[in-house]
Design a protein. Structure first.
Ligand SMILES: Cc1ncc(COP(=O)(O)O)c(C=O)c1O
Length: 600
Protein backbone atom coordinates (compact mmCIF):
# COMPACT_ATOMS: atom_id res chain seq x y z
CA UNK A 1 0.00 0.00 0.00
CA UNK A 2 1.45 3.39 -0.98
CA UNK A 3 0.26 6.70 0.35
CA UNK A 4 -0.04 10.22 -0.98
CA UNK A 5 -0.62 13.29 1.14
CA UNK A 6 -4.38 12.93 1.07
CA UNK A 7 -5.35 9.37 0.44
CA UNK A 8 -4.35 5.79 0.48
CA UNK A 9 -3.79 4.68 -3.09
CA UNK A 10 -3.70 1.38 -4.88
CA UNK A 11 -6.20 -1.36 -4.35
CA UNK A 12 -7.31 0.20 -1.07
CA UNK A 13 -7.96 3.65 -2.58
CA UNK A 14 -9.90 5.93 -0.28
CA UNK A 15 -10.93 9.23 -1.76
CA UNK A 16 -10.97 11.52 1.24
CA UNK A 17 -11.86 14.67 -0.72
CA UNK A 18 -14.97 12.99 -2.07
CA UNK A 19 -15.86 11.83 1.44
CA UNK A 20 -15.34 15.33 2.84
CA UNK A 21 -17.79 16.82 0.37
CA UNK A 22 -20.49 14.68 2.01
CA UNK A 23 -20.05 16.52 5.34
CA UNK A 24 -21.45 20.08 5.15
CA UNK A 25 -19.97 21.16 8.47
CA UNK A 26 -16.42 20.52 7.30
CA UNK A 27 -16.79 23.41 4.83
CA UNK A 28 -17.63 25.93 7.58
CA UNK A 29 -15.35 28.32 9.47
CA UNK A 30 -14.46 29.05 13.10
CA UNK A 31 -13.04 32.48 13.99
CA UNK A 32 -12.91 33.19 10.24
CA UNK A 33 -10.63 30.19 9.58
CA UNK A 34 -11.58 26.95 7.82
CA UNK A 35 -12.69 24.54 10.50
CA UNK A 36 -10.31 21.69 11.32
CA UNK A 37 -12.40 19.20 13.23
CA UNK A 38 -10.23 16.88 15.31
CA UNK A 39 -12.62 16.04 18.13
CA UNK A 40 -14.17 12.92 16.65
CA UNK A 41 -13.81 10.95 19.87
CA UNK A 42 -16.37 13.31 21.40
CA UNK A 43 -18.74 13.17 18.44
CA UNK A 44 -18.37 12.81 14.69
CA UNK A 45 -19.76 15.11 12.02
CA UNK A 46 -22.77 13.97 10.01
CA UNK A 47 -22.93 13.32 6.28
CA UNK A 48 -25.68 14.99 4.26
CA UNK A 49 -27.59 11.69 3.97
CA UNK A 50 -27.95 11.49 7.78
CA UNK A 51 -29.09 15.10 8.04
CA UNK A 52 -31.60 14.51 5.24
CA UNK A 53 -32.85 11.30 6.84
CA UNK A 54 -33.52 13.12 10.12
CA UNK A 55 -35.39 16.01 8.51
CA UNK A 56 -37.01 13.69 5.95
CA UNK A 57 -38.48 11.69 8.79
CA UNK A 58 -40.32 14.76 10.07
CA UNK A 59 -41.37 15.80 6.59
CA UNK A 60 -42.72 12.45 5.45
CA UNK A 61 -42.93 9.86 8.19
CA UNK A 62 -43.62 11.37 11.59
CA UNK A 63 -46.03 9.23 13.60
CA UNK A 64 -45.68 7.22 16.77
CA UNK A 65 -44.58 3.65 16.22
CA UNK A 66 -45.90 0.20 17.11
CA UNK A 67 -49.38 1.49 17.98
CA UNK A 68 -51.05 3.05 14.97
CA UNK A 69 -53.41 1.21 12.68
CA UNK A 70 -53.05 3.85 10.00
CA UNK A 71 -50.56 3.82 7.15
CA UNK A 72 -48.32 6.61 8.41
CA UNK A 73 -47.71 4.90 11.72
CA UNK A 74 -47.06 1.63 9.95
CA UNK A 75 -44.51 3.34 7.71
CA UNK A 76 -42.77 4.95 10.71
CA UNK A 77 -42.74 1.57 12.49
CA UNK A 78 -41.31 -0.11 9.40
CA UNK A 79 -38.54 2.51 9.13
CA UNK A 80 -37.72 2.08 12.82
CA UNK A 81 -37.60 -1.72 12.62
CA UNK A 82 -35.75 -1.54 9.33
CA UNK A 83 -32.90 0.22 11.19
CA UNK A 84 -32.86 -2.58 13.74
CA UNK A 85 -32.34 -5.10 10.94
CA UNK A 86 -29.58 -2.92 9.50
CA UNK A 87 -27.85 -2.64 12.89
CA UNK A 88 -27.99 -6.42 13.28
CA UNK A 89 -26.35 -6.90 9.90
CA UNK A 90 -23.80 -4.15 10.59
CA UNK A 91 -22.52 -5.84 13.75
CA UNK A 92 -23.39 -9.40 12.63
CA UNK A 93 -25.90 -10.08 15.41
CA UNK A 94 -27.80 -13.35 15.06
CA UNK A 95 -31.12 -11.50 14.83
CA UNK A 96 -32.49 -7.92 14.96
CA UNK A 97 -34.25 -8.54 18.30
CA UNK A 98 -30.84 -8.73 19.98
CA UNK A 99 -30.28 -5.05 19.17
CA UNK A 100 -31.96 -2.77 21.70
CA UNK A 101 -32.22 0.95 20.98
CA UNK A 102 -31.01 3.13 23.83
CA UNK A 103 -29.93 6.76 24.15
CA UNK A 104 -26.27 5.88 23.77
CA UNK A 105 -23.41 3.92 25.28
CA UNK A 106 -23.99 5.39 28.73
CA UNK A 107 -27.61 4.30 28.85
CA UNK A 108 -26.73 0.89 27.40
CA UNK A 109 -24.22 0.18 30.16
CA UNK A 110 -26.62 1.43 32.82
CA UNK A 111 -29.27 -0.86 31.39
CA UNK A 112 -27.01 -3.91 31.62
CA UNK A 113 -25.83 -3.01 35.12
CA UNK A 114 -29.38 -2.49 36.34
CA UNK A 115 -30.82 -5.65 34.79
CA UNK A 116 -28.22 -8.37 34.30
CA UNK A 117 -26.04 -6.90 37.05
CA UNK A 118 -28.82 -6.53 39.60
CA UNK A 119 -30.11 -10.00 38.81
CA UNK A 120 -26.81 -11.86 39.01
CA UNK A 121 -24.55 -10.02 41.43
CA UNK A 122 -24.41 -10.71 45.12
CA UNK A 123 -22.01 -10.21 47.99
CA UNK A 124 -18.64 -11.86 47.26
CA UNK A 125 -19.00 -11.48 43.49
CA UNK A 126 -16.75 -9.20 41.50
CA UNK A 127 -17.19 -6.90 38.52
CA UNK A 128 -13.97 -6.42 36.60
CA UNK A 129 -13.25 -3.24 34.67
CA UNK A 130 -9.95 -1.65 33.63
CA UNK A 131 -8.11 1.50 34.57
CA UNK A 132 -8.69 2.66 31.00
CA UNK A 133 -12.46 3.02 31.23
CA UNK A 134 -14.66 6.00 30.49
CA UNK A 135 -16.69 7.12 33.51
CA UNK A 136 -19.71 5.59 31.74
CA UNK A 137 -18.13 2.19 32.22
CA UNK A 138 -17.11 2.84 35.82
CA UNK A 139 -19.90 4.64 37.64
CA UNK A 140 -22.82 2.33 36.68
CA UNK A 141 -20.78 -0.62 37.99
CA UNK A 142 -19.87 1.22 41.19
CA UNK A 143 -23.55 1.93 41.72
CA UNK A 144 -24.68 -1.62 41.10
CA UNK A 145 -21.88 -3.03 43.27
CA UNK A 146 -23.01 -0.73 46.08
CA UNK A 147 -26.58 -1.95 45.64
CA UNK A 148 -25.78 -5.68 45.48
CA UNK A 149 -22.77 -6.01 47.77
CA UNK A 150 -20.49 -7.05 44.90
CA UNK A 151 -16.96 -5.63 44.60
CA UNK A 152 -15.50 -3.60 41.76
CA UNK A 153 -12.03 -4.70 40.67
CA UNK A 154 -9.81 -2.75 38.33
CA UNK A 155 -7.17 -4.16 35.97
CA UNK A 156 -4.22 -1.76 35.85
CA UNK A 157 -2.56 -0.40 32.73
CA UNK A 158 1.13 -0.04 31.89
CA UNK A 159 2.97 3.16 30.99
CA UNK A 160 2.03 2.77 27.32
CA UNK A 161 -1.64 2.73 28.31
CA UNK A 162 -2.14 -0.98 27.62
CA UNK A 163 -4.09 -3.30 29.87
CA UNK A 164 -1.84 -5.46 32.06
CA UNK A 165 -2.77 -8.85 30.68
CA UNK A 166 -1.12 -10.88 33.44
CA UNK A 167 -3.12 -8.95 36.01
CA UNK A 168 -6.27 -9.54 33.95
CA UNK A 169 -5.70 -13.28 34.04
CA UNK A 170 -4.93 -13.19 37.76
CA UNK A 171 -8.23 -11.43 38.49
CA UNK A 172 -10.14 -14.01 36.47
CA UNK A 173 -8.45 -16.92 38.25
CA UNK A 174 -10.16 -16.15 41.55
CA UNK A 175 -13.45 -17.39 40.08
CA UNK A 176 -15.28 -14.50 41.73
CA UNK A 177 -15.60 -12.32 38.61
CA UNK A 178 -19.16 -12.46 37.26
CA UNK A 179 -19.04 -9.54 34.83
CA UNK A 180 -16.15 -8.05 32.87
CA UNK A 181 -16.81 -4.62 31.30
CA UNK A 182 -14.03 -3.18 29.15
CA UNK A 183 -13.80 -0.80 26.24
CA UNK A 184 -12.87 -1.94 22.75
CA UNK A 185 -10.94 1.31 22.22
CA UNK A 186 -9.93 3.82 24.87
CA UNK A 187 -11.26 7.31 24.20
CA UNK A 188 -8.56 9.03 26.24
CA UNK A 189 -5.48 7.25 24.87
CA UNK A 190 -6.63 5.41 21.75
CA UNK A 191 -5.48 1.98 22.96
CA UNK A 192 -7.19 -0.82 21.05
CA UNK A 193 -7.76 -3.64 23.50
CA UNK A 194 -7.36 -7.32 22.51
CA UNK A 195 -11.03 -7.77 23.18
CA UNK A 196 -11.49 -11.12 21.43
CA UNK A 197 -8.88 -12.82 23.59
CA UNK A 198 -10.15 -11.08 26.72
CA UNK A 199 -13.68 -12.32 26.03
CA UNK A 200 -12.44 -15.86 25.52
CA UNK A 201 -10.60 -15.80 28.87
CA UNK A 202 -13.57 -14.24 30.67
CA UNK A 203 -15.86 -16.97 29.36
CA UNK A 204 -13.42 -19.62 30.45
CA UNK A 205 -13.61 -18.10 33.93
CA UNK A 206 -17.41 -18.15 33.88
CA UNK A 207 -17.94 -14.39 33.47
CA UNK A 208 -20.03 -12.50 30.92
CA UNK A 209 -18.31 -9.79 28.93
CA UNK A 210 -19.70 -6.31 28.25
CA UNK A 211 -17.87 -4.43 25.49
CA UNK A 212 -18.01 -0.64 25.50
CA UNK A 213 -17.71 -0.21 21.75
CA UNK A 214 -18.30 3.57 21.65
CA UNK A 215 -14.90 4.34 20.11
CA UNK A 216 -14.71 1.37 17.80
CA UNK A 217 -17.80 1.03 15.61
CA UNK A 218 -16.98 3.87 13.19
CA UNK A 219 -13.35 2.82 12.90
CA UNK A 220 -13.47 -0.78 11.80
CA UNK A 221 -15.87 -3.65 11.10
CA UNK A 222 -17.65 -5.09 14.15
CA UNK A 223 -18.62 -8.75 14.39
CA UNK A 224 -20.23 -9.48 17.74
CA UNK A 225 -20.51 -13.17 16.96
CA UNK A 226 -16.88 -13.56 15.93
CA UNK A 227 -15.95 -11.72 19.15
CA UNK A 228 -18.45 -13.84 21.09
CA UNK A 229 -19.38 -10.67 23.02
CA UNK A 230 -22.24 -11.13 25.47
CA UNK A 231 -23.10 -7.44 25.30
CA UNK A 232 -21.76 -4.78 22.94
CA UNK A 233 -22.78 -1.16 23.38
CA UNK A 234 -22.29 1.90 21.17
CA UNK A 235 -23.55 5.42 20.39
CA UNK A 236 -24.99 6.68 17.10
CA UNK A 237 -23.37 10.10 17.34
CA UNK A 238 -19.84 8.67 17.34
CA UNK A 239 -20.53 6.79 14.07
CA UNK A 240 -21.72 9.67 11.86
CA UNK A 241 -25.29 9.21 13.14
CA UNK A 242 -27.52 11.41 15.30
CA UNK A 243 -27.20 12.13 18.99
CA UNK A 244 -29.58 10.57 21.49
CA UNK A 245 -29.60 7.10 19.98
CA UNK A 246 -27.38 4.10 20.50
CA UNK A 247 -27.49 0.34 20.59
CA UNK A 248 -27.18 -2.24 23.33
CA UNK A 249 -26.56 -5.60 21.72
CA UNK A 250 -27.04 -8.68 23.88
CA UNK A 251 -27.22 -12.40 23.20
CA UNK A 252 -30.83 -13.56 23.13
CA UNK A 253 -30.14 -16.27 25.70
CA UNK A 254 -29.19 -13.53 28.18
CA UNK A 255 -31.72 -10.87 27.17
CA UNK A 256 -34.66 -13.29 27.40
CA UNK A 257 -33.90 -13.98 31.05
CA UNK A 258 -33.17 -10.39 32.06
CA UNK A 259 -35.86 -8.31 33.76
CA UNK A 260 -36.83 -5.03 32.13
CA UNK A 261 -35.21 -1.85 33.43
CA UNK A 262 -37.76 0.88 32.80
CA UNK A 263 -41.48 0.25 32.89
CA UNK A 264 -44.05 1.99 30.72
CA UNK A 265 -45.76 1.84 27.37
CA UNK A 266 -44.59 -0.45 24.59
CA UNK A 267 -42.66 -2.83 26.86
CA UNK A 268 -45.68 -4.83 28.01
CA UNK A 269 -47.74 -7.72 26.75
CA UNK A 270 -50.61 -7.01 29.16
CA UNK A 271 -51.23 -4.87 32.25
CA UNK A 272 -53.69 -5.24 35.11
CA UNK A 273 -53.33 -3.68 38.53
CA UNK A 274 -52.53 -7.12 39.85
CA UNK A 275 -49.92 -8.10 37.34
CA UNK A 276 -48.00 -7.07 34.23
CA UNK A 277 -46.73 -9.40 31.56
CA UNK A 278 -43.70 -8.06 29.77
CA UNK A 279 -43.23 -7.98 26.02
CA UNK A 280 -40.61 -10.10 24.30
CA UNK A 281 -37.25 -8.61 23.37
CA UNK A 282 -36.48 -6.08 22.00
CA UNK A 283 -39.63 -4.22 23.18
CA UNK A 284 -39.14 -5.39 26.77
CA UNK A 285 -36.22 -2.95 27.02
CA UNK A 286 -37.69 -0.06 25.04
CA UNK A 287 -40.27 1.54 27.32
CA UNK A 288 -41.96 4.72 26.11
CA UNK A 289 -41.74 6.56 22.81
CA UNK A 290 -38.18 6.18 21.59
CA UNK A 291 -36.00 8.53 19.56
CA UNK A 292 -37.70 7.51 16.30
CA UNK A 293 -36.07 10.21 14.23
CA UNK A 294 -32.65 9.24 15.62
CA UNK A 295 -33.18 5.56 14.90
CA UNK A 296 -34.35 6.27 11.35
CA UNK A 297 -31.33 8.51 10.68
CA UNK A 298 -29.01 5.90 12.20
CA UNK A 299 -29.90 3.66 9.26
CA UNK A 300 -28.53 6.32 6.91
CA UNK A 301 -25.29 6.46 8.94
CA UNK A 302 -24.94 2.68 8.71
CA UNK A 303 -25.57 2.78 4.96
CA UNK A 304 -22.94 5.47 4.67
CA UNK A 305 -20.32 3.55 6.66
CA UNK A 306 -21.09 0.40 4.71
CA UNK A 307 -20.74 2.23 1.39
CA UNK A 308 -17.37 3.78 2.21
CA UNK A 309 -16.18 0.36 3.46
CA UNK A 310 -14.83 0.42 7.01
CA UNK A 311 -11.87 -1.74 6.00
CA UNK A 312 -10.68 0.92 3.61
CA UNK A 313 -11.38 3.81 5.94
CA UNK A 314 -9.59 2.00 8.78
CA UNK A 315 -6.46 1.62 6.61
CA UNK A 316 -6.70 5.31 5.73
CA UNK A 317 -7.08 6.28 9.41
CA UNK A 318 -4.10 4.11 10.42
CA UNK A 319 -1.98 5.87 7.82
CA UNK A 320 -3.17 9.28 9.02
CA UNK A 321 -2.51 8.36 12.65
CA UNK A 322 1.08 7.39 11.83
CA UNK A 323 1.54 10.69 10.02
CA UNK A 324 -0.09 12.69 12.84
CA UNK A 325 2.00 10.96 15.52
CA UNK A 326 5.19 11.82 13.66
CA UNK A 327 4.16 15.44 13.06
CA UNK A 328 2.82 16.09 16.57
CA UNK A 329 6.06 14.71 18.02
CA UNK A 330 7.90 17.56 16.27
CA UNK A 331 6.32 20.14 18.58
CA UNK A 332 8.91 21.22 21.16
CA UNK A 333 8.08 20.33 24.76
CA UNK A 334 5.12 18.12 23.82
CA UNK A 335 4.68 14.67 25.32
CA UNK A 336 2.28 12.07 23.94
CA UNK A 337 0.36 10.18 26.61
CA UNK A 338 -0.66 6.71 25.46
CA UNK A 339 1.75 4.88 23.20
CA UNK A 340 0.12 1.45 22.92
CA UNK A 341 1.25 -0.81 20.10
CA UNK A 342 -2.33 -1.10 18.89
CA UNK A 343 -3.84 2.35 18.68
CA UNK A 344 -6.85 3.95 17.04
CA UNK A 345 -6.81 7.54 15.79
CA UNK A 346 -6.26 9.31 19.11
CA UNK A 347 -3.28 11.41 20.16
CA UNK A 348 -3.48 12.63 23.73
CA UNK A 349 -0.72 14.95 24.82
CA UNK A 350 0.54 17.41 27.39
CA UNK A 351 2.90 20.34 26.90
CA UNK A 352 5.44 20.09 29.65
CA UNK A 353 8.51 22.03 28.67
CA UNK A 354 7.57 24.75 29.29
CA UNK A 355 4.24 23.88 30.84
CA UNK A 356 1.14 25.02 28.97
CA UNK A 357 -2.15 23.91 30.47
CA UNK A 358 -4.29 21.71 28.20
CA UNK A 359 -7.04 24.28 28.53
CA UNK A 360 -4.81 26.99 27.10
CA UNK A 361 -3.68 24.65 24.32
CA UNK A 362 -7.30 24.00 23.36
CA UNK A 363 -8.26 27.67 23.44
CA UNK A 364 -5.27 28.72 21.35
CA UNK A 365 -5.87 26.05 18.74
CA UNK A 366 -9.48 27.15 18.59
CA UNK A 367 -8.34 30.61 17.42
CA UNK A 368 -6.82 28.87 14.39
CA UNK A 369 -10.06 27.00 13.71
CA UNK A 370 -8.72 23.75 15.19
CA UNK A 371 -11.18 21.82 17.38
CA UNK A 372 -9.53 19.48 19.89
CA UNK A 373 -10.75 18.25 23.24
CA UNK A 374 -9.05 19.16 26.50
CA UNK A 375 -9.63 17.87 29.99
CA UNK A 376 -9.83 14.44 31.57
CA UNK A 377 -12.03 13.04 28.77
CA UNK A 378 -14.30 11.43 31.39
CA UNK A 379 -11.36 9.22 32.35
CA UNK A 380 -10.09 10.70 35.60
CA UNK A 381 -8.47 7.40 36.68
CA UNK A 382 -6.39 7.43 33.47
CA UNK A 383 -5.23 10.96 34.30
CA UNK A 384 -4.44 9.85 37.85
CA UNK A 385 -2.39 6.97 36.49
CA UNK A 386 -0.20 9.37 34.53
CA UNK A 387 -0.25 11.89 37.41
CA UNK A 388 -1.72 14.63 35.25
CA UNK A 389 -4.97 16.56 35.50
CA UNK A 390 -5.77 16.68 31.82
CA UNK A 391 -4.54 16.25 28.28
CA UNK A 392 -5.32 17.85 24.95
CA UNK A 393 -6.60 15.23 22.52
CA UNK A 394 -6.61 15.01 18.75
CA UNK A 395 -9.03 12.32 17.60
CA UNK A 396 -9.35 11.64 13.91
CA UNK A 397 -12.01 10.30 11.59
CA UNK A 398 -11.75 9.13 7.99
CA UNK A 399 -12.65 12.58 6.69
CA UNK A 400 -9.58 14.18 8.25
CA UNK A 401 -6.54 14.86 6.12
CA UNK A 402 -2.84 15.42 6.44
CA UNK A 403 -3.60 19.08 5.85
CA UNK A 404 -5.78 19.08 9.01
CA UNK A 405 -2.86 17.66 10.96
CA UNK A 406 -0.43 20.17 9.45
CA UNK A 407 -2.64 23.10 10.49
CA UNK A 408 -2.97 21.70 14.03
CA UNK A 409 0.78 21.14 14.30
CA UNK A 410 1.62 24.66 13.08
CA UNK A 411 -0.80 26.03 15.66
CA UNK A 412 0.78 23.87 18.36
CA UNK A 413 4.22 25.10 17.39
CA UNK A 414 3.01 28.68 17.86
CA UNK A 415 1.69 27.74 21.32
CA UNK A 416 5.05 26.19 22.18
CA UNK A 417 6.99 29.21 20.93
CA UNK A 418 4.95 31.74 22.92
CA UNK A 419 5.19 29.51 25.99
CA UNK A 420 8.97 29.60 25.74
CA UNK A 421 8.91 33.42 25.69
CA UNK A 422 6.53 33.50 28.66
CA UNK A 423 8.60 30.97 30.58
CA UNK A 424 11.70 33.17 30.21
CA UNK A 425 9.88 36.11 31.83
CA UNK A 426 8.50 33.85 34.54
CA UNK A 427 11.93 32.43 35.34
CA UNK A 428 13.13 35.99 35.69
CA UNK A 429 10.19 36.88 38.00
CA UNK A 430 10.70 33.69 39.99
CA UNK A 431 14.39 34.53 40.45
CA UNK A 432 13.44 37.98 41.73
CA UNK A 433 10.83 36.48 44.05
CA UNK A 434 13.32 33.88 45.28
CA UNK A 435 15.92 36.56 45.92
CA UNK A 436 13.36 38.64 47.83
CA UNK A 437 12.23 35.71 49.97
CA UNK A 438 15.53 33.87 50.37
CA UNK A 439 15.78 32.34 53.80
CA UNK A 440 12.17 33.07 54.71
CA UNK A 441 9.76 30.33 55.54
CA UNK A 442 6.21 30.14 54.19
CA UNK A 443 4.75 32.07 57.15
CA UNK A 444 7.19 34.93 56.79
CA UNK A 445 6.52 35.04 53.08
CA UNK A 446 2.81 35.22 53.80
CA UNK A 447 3.37 38.14 56.19
CA UNK A 448 5.21 40.15 53.59
CA UNK A 449 3.06 39.23 50.64
CA UNK A 450 1.38 41.89 48.51
CA UNK A 451 -2.29 40.99 48.29
CA UNK A 452 -4.72 42.31 45.70
CA UNK A 453 -6.13 45.64 46.97
CA UNK A 454 -9.81 46.64 46.80
CA UNK A 455 -10.81 47.79 43.32
CA UNK A 456 -13.76 49.84 44.64
CA UNK A 457 -15.32 51.05 47.89
CA UNK A 458 -17.59 48.00 48.19
CA UNK A 459 -18.35 44.67 46.52
CA UNK A 460 -21.49 46.23 45.06
CA UNK A 461 -19.52 49.11 43.52
CA UNK A 462 -16.81 46.78 42.21
CA UNK A 463 -19.52 44.63 40.63
CA UNK A 464 -21.24 47.65 39.03
CA UNK A 465 -17.95 48.84 37.57
CA UNK A 466 -17.22 45.41 36.14
CA UNK A 467 -20.71 45.11 34.64
CA UNK A 468 -20.32 48.55 33.10
CA UNK A 469 -16.95 47.58 31.59
CA UNK A 470 -18.43 44.37 30.17
CA UNK A 471 -21.35 46.31 28.66
CA UNK A 472 -18.91 48.74 27.10
CA UNK A 473 -16.77 45.91 25.68
CA UNK A 474 -19.83 44.53 23.91
CA UNK A 475 -19.17 41.24 22.12
CA UNK A 476 -17.74 38.21 23.79
CA UNK A 477 -14.47 38.34 21.91
CA UNK A 478 -13.58 41.67 23.60
CA UNK A 479 -14.79 40.47 26.97
CA UNK A 480 -12.71 37.33 26.64
CA UNK A 481 -9.61 39.37 25.86
CA UNK A 482 -10.35 41.64 28.84
CA UNK A 483 -10.54 38.60 31.13
CA UNK A 484 -7.27 37.22 29.74
CA UNK A 485 -5.62 40.63 30.28
CA UNK A 486 -6.75 40.64 33.91
CA UNK A 487 -5.12 37.23 34.27
CA UNK A 488 -1.80 38.45 32.94
CA UNK A 489 -1.71 41.20 35.59
CA UNK A 490 -2.21 39.01 38.67
CA UNK A 491 0.08 39.67 41.60
CA UNK A 492 2.44 36.69 42.02
CA UNK A 493 1.66 33.85 44.39
CA UNK A 494 5.03 32.37 45.51
CA UNK A 495 5.54 28.70 44.69
CA UNK A 496 6.19 27.84 48.34
CA UNK A 497 2.54 28.69 49.06
CA UNK A 498 1.22 26.40 46.34
CA UNK A 499 0.53 23.44 48.57
CA UNK A 500 -2.28 20.90 48.97
CA UNK A 501 -3.77 23.16 51.67
CA UNK A 502 -4.13 26.06 49.25
CA UNK A 503 -5.30 23.97 46.28
CA UNK A 504 -8.81 24.71 45.02
CA UNK A 505 -10.58 21.50 44.13
CA UNK A 506 -13.26 21.20 41.49
CA UNK A 507 -11.11 22.91 38.85
CA UNK A 508 -9.69 20.91 35.98
CA UNK A 509 -6.65 23.15 35.88
CA UNK A 510 -4.39 23.58 38.88
CA UNK A 511 -5.55 26.47 41.08
CA UNK A 512 -4.13 27.70 44.39
CA UNK A 513 -5.71 30.37 46.53
CA UNK A 514 -4.33 32.05 49.65
CA UNK A 515 -6.64 34.33 51.64
CA UNK A 516 -6.29 36.16 54.93
CA UNK A 517 -7.86 38.85 57.09
CA UNK A 518 -6.21 42.08 56.09
CA UNK A 519 -3.91 43.23 58.90
CA UNK A 520 -5.22 46.12 61.02
CA UNK A 521 -8.80 45.51 59.91
CA UNK A 522 -11.74 43.87 61.66
CA UNK A 523 -13.21 41.89 58.83
CA UNK A 524 -11.59 42.63 55.48
CA UNK A 525 -10.62 39.66 53.32
CA UNK A 526 -7.82 39.80 50.81
CA UNK A 527 -6.52 37.03 48.61
CA UNK A 528 -4.09 35.92 45.95
CA UNK A 529 -4.52 33.03 43.58
CA UNK A 530 -2.85 31.47 40.58
CA UNK A 531 -3.53 28.81 37.98
CA UNK A 532 -1.68 27.05 35.20
CA UNK A 533 -4.42 28.03 32.72
CA UNK A 534 -4.66 31.51 31.20
CA UNK A 535 -8.42 31.73 31.22
CA UNK A 536 -8.58 30.61 34.84
CA UNK A 537 -6.04 33.28 35.79
CA UNK A 538 -8.41 35.71 34.07
CA UNK A 539 -11.32 34.50 36.15
CA UNK A 540 -9.19 34.90 39.26
CA UNK A 541 -8.63 38.50 38.11
CA UNK A 542 -12.40 39.02 37.91
CA UNK A 543 -12.92 37.59 41.41
CA UNK A 544 -10.07 39.65 42.83
CA UNK A 545 -11.54 42.86 41.46
CA UNK A 546 -14.84 41.91 42.99
CA UNK A 547 -13.85 40.48 46.35
CA UNK A 548 -10.27 41.16 47.40
CA UNK A 549 -9.97 43.95 49.97
CA UNK A 550 -13.70 43.84 50.78
CA UNK A 551 -15.61 43.22 54.02
CA UNK A 552 -16.21 39.51 54.64
CA UNK A 553 -19.91 40.02 55.42
CA UNK A 554 -20.39 41.98 52.18
CA UNK A 555 -18.76 39.17 50.27
CA UNK A 556 -21.13 36.65 51.85
CA UNK A 557 -24.20 38.81 51.25
CA UNK A 558 -23.41 39.53 47.60
CA UNK A 559 -25.50 37.78 44.89
CA UNK A 560 -22.65 36.20 42.98
CA UNK A 561 -24.93 34.10 40.76
CA UNK A 562 -26.72 37.19 39.49
CA UNK A 563 -23.38 38.90 38.89
CA UNK A 564 -22.04 35.97 36.83
CA UNK A 565 -25.22 35.98 34.78
CA UNK A 566 -24.94 39.72 34.16
CA UNK A 567 -21.38 39.30 32.90
CA UNK A 568 -22.58 36.47 30.63
CA UNK A 569 -20.06 34.07 32.17
CA UNK A 570 -22.74 31.47 32.78
CA UNK A 571 -23.34 31.19 29.02
CA UNK A 572 -19.83 31.59 27.70
CA UNK A 573 -17.89 29.32 29.97
CA UNK A 574 -17.89 25.55 29.48
CA UNK A 575 -19.41 23.48 32.27
CA UNK A 576 -16.00 22.44 33.62
CA UNK A 577 -14.89 26.08 33.71
CA UNK A 578 -18.10 27.06 35.49
CA UNK A 579 -17.42 24.30 38.01
CA UNK A 580 -13.90 25.64 38.46
CA UNK A 581 -15.21 29.17 38.99
CA UNK A 582 -17.74 27.81 41.50
CA UNK A 583 -14.89 26.03 43.32
CA UNK A 584 -12.94 29.29 43.66
CA UNK A 585 -16.00 31.22 44.80
CA UNK A 586 -16.75 28.58 47.40
CA UNK A 587 -13.19 28.74 48.73
CA UNK A 588 -13.35 32.54 48.99
CA UNK A 589 -16.74 32.40 50.70
CA UNK A 590 -15.43 29.82 53.18
CA UNK A 591 -12.56 32.14 54.06
CA UNK A 592 -14.96 35.08 54.33
CA UNK A 593 -17.18 33.05 56.66
CA UNK A 594 -14.19 32.24 58.86
CA UNK A 595 -13.32 35.93 59.13
CA UNK A 596 -16.94 36.95 59.75
CA UNK A 597 -17.35 34.12 62.25
CA UNK A 598 -20.42 32.68 60.55
CA UNK A 599 -21.28 29.45 58.76
CA UNK A 600 -20.35 29.54 55.03
C1 LIG B 1 -15.19 4.82 25.49
C2 LIG B 1 -16.46 5.56 25.74
N1 LIG B 1 -17.43 4.98 26.44
C3 LIG B 1 -18.59 5.59 26.68
C4 LIG B 1 -18.83 6.86 26.23
C5 LIG B 1 -20.15 7.51 26.51
O1 LIG B 1 -20.83 7.69 25.31
P1 LIG B 1 -22.21 8.52 25.27
O2 LIG B 1 -21.90 9.83 25.90
O3 LIG B 1 -22.52 8.63 23.82
O4 LIG B 1 -23.20 7.76 26.03
C6 LIG B 1 -17.84 7.52 25.52
C7 LIG B 1 -18.03 8.91 25.09
O5 LIG B 1 -17.10 9.63 24.85
C8 LIG B 1 -16.63 6.84 25.25
O6 LIG B 1 -15.67 7.44 24.56
Amino acid sequence: MTTTSEHVTGADAFDVQKVRSDFPLLATKAHGKPIIYLDNGATTQKPRCVIDAASGYYEKLNANIHRGVYQLSELATAAYEHTRAKVAKFINAAEPAECIFVRGTTEGINLIANTYGRQHLTSGDEVLISELEHHSNIVPWQMICAATGATLKVVPINEAGEIDFDAYERFLKTGRVKIVAINHVSNSLGTVNPIEKMIMLAHRAGAVFVVDGAQWVAHGPTDVRALDADFYVFSGHKMMGPTGVGVMYGKRALLDKMPPWQGGGDMIASVTFARTEYAEIPNKFEAGTPNIEGVVALAAAIDYLTAIDLRKSAAYEADLLAYATKRVSEVPGLKIIGTAKQKAGVISFVMTDPVVSSLDVGRKLDRDGVCVRTGHHCCQPVMDHFKIGSTARISIAFYNTRHDIDVAVESLKKVAASAVTRARTEVHDARNAAAATAGSDALAILENLRFAPASAASVRKAADEMIETFDFLGDWENRDQFILDLGSKLLPLPTVLKTEATRVHGCQSIVHLVARKKPQTEDVLEFLADSDAHIVRGLIGVLQKLYSGQKARDILAFDITGFIEKLGLDKHLSMTRRNGLAGMIQKIREQAALIAGVKP
